[in-house]
Ligand binder design. Structure first.
Ligand code: SAM
Ligand code: SF4
Length: 345
């Protein structure tokens, strides 16, 4: 089934489940699914340089279980899926999962976040399987800075992946994470690169989710500072109205209408009040927040024959336990045990 056909599929009313609403009336409609904790690079803001071992195959949530969980969530109003990781393209046959998701009634978007190292070869099959959106992480256009950040070579592969995505029918966006001492100087060239391809680029503030636990406020370049920095080069940026109230980014356009730039500022301007996201880790644990310290086991439930109602009840209980905010700035904040690559960004 094509994505367009999928958009037209509606839920049978008798199948619907109550929406996943938390104690602060936030309705959860977006599910981020990590399909692996493995990655082919080692970004310093995410992974350790040396990983002792990734999850073995038998600890990964099977595609059938992921599709089953998504079908239950879709009945409760979840309509946006994002596949992530680790690097999602490291999981073999990802297309097979996308095909299974693409026939679930009620889904409007099947997106993926990727470092694009493997994207050029896979874009056609991903598109055919029903992927609708791809967000590509690109922090610099300099090979030396790429290596400093990712502790690997591979910028050319990433750029080929971007070219392939731009030539496809998928909606493409770029994401960049800025570390003050490494790639602040790259932001203007990155915006130029995006604008040449008529793409949107969003800058994400560095959050305390790095495996090395080296996060410090001095490394964070806040969105406001970055916007002023970009305006000195590009002139005034024009705010764009939010068409999705839950979107984490504040977006701006350019006078000539080419491309656009957004700022995702979880540290300086937390957007927890409008958060509608749930996360499923590669080992099948449900989390209600990136910074949450509790997880709900859906892999165990799927493997012990739990009914759809039990899966729903676990999800509802996870959502009910969600805190009002992530608390990064509070004095008793503790970084979660799992790093970004183990949760899913
Ligand atoms: N490997 C894929 C990629 O890099 O696009 C998908 C997974 S990665 C964890 C998803 C996103 O999380 C990337 O855009 C990355 O920049 C972001 N990320 C990783 N660590 C982060 C951190 N400590 N703070 C903020 N964003 C982070
Ligand atoms: Fe891998 Fe993405 Fe983490 Fe970089 S940010 S190490 S590409 S999972």
């Amino acid at each position: 089934m094509t994505p367009a056909a999928q958009l037209n599929q509606t839920q049978n009313q008798s199948d619907l489940l109550p929406p996943l609403v938390d104690s602060f009336d936030r309705v959860h409609e977006s599910l981020r699914i990590s399909v692996t904790d493995a990655c082919n690079i080692r970004c310093r803001y995410c992974m350790p340089e040396t990983v002792l071992g990734f999850l073995p195959q038998n600890r990964l949530l099977k595609y059938e279980s992921i599709a089953r969980i998504v079908s239950v969530f879709a009945r409760a109003g979840v309509h946006k899926i994002r596949l992530t990781g680790g690097e999602p393209l490291m999981r073999p046959n990802l297309e097979k999962l996308i095909e299974q998701l693409n026939v679930i009634p009620g889904l409007r978007q099947i997106a993926m976040t990727t470092n694009a190292m493997l994207l050029a070869d896979k874009i056609t099959s991903l598109e055919k399987a029903g992927l609708t959106h791809v967000n590509i992480s690109l922090d610099t256009l300099r090979e030396s800075a790429f290596k400093e950040i990712s502790r690997r070579d591979g910028l050319d592969q990433v750029l080929s992946g971007i070219d392939a995505a731009v030539s496809s029918s998928l909606k493409v966006r770029l994401n960049a994470l800025v570390l003050r001492e490494i790639n602040l100087q790259d932001c203007v060239p990155l915006v130029e690169f995006a604008r040449q391809r008529n793409l949107f680029i969003r800058f994400i503030e560095f959050m305390p989710l790095d495996a090395d636990r080296q996060w410090s406020q001095d490394q964070v370049v806040d969105g406001n500072e970055l916007r002023l920095h970009l305006e000195t080069h590009f002139g005034p940026l024009t705010p764009i109205d939010r068409f999705d109230p839950a979107q984490p980014a504040t977006d701006f356009g350019f006078a000539d209408g080419r491309g656009g730039v957004g700022f995702i500022d979880p540290v300086s301007q937390p957007f927890c009040k409008s958060c509608n996201r749930i996360r499923l880790t590669a080992d099948g644990k449900l989390r209600n927040c990136l910074f949450g310290r509790e997880e709900w086991d859906l892999k165990g439930a799927c493997e012990t024959g739990a009914s759809d109602q039990v899966i729903y009840d676990i999800a509802a209980s996870c959502i009910k336990s969600k805190y009002a905010s992530h608390g990064i700035s509070s004095s008793d904040f503790k970084q979660p045990e799992r790093a970004m690559y183990q949760i899913g960004g």
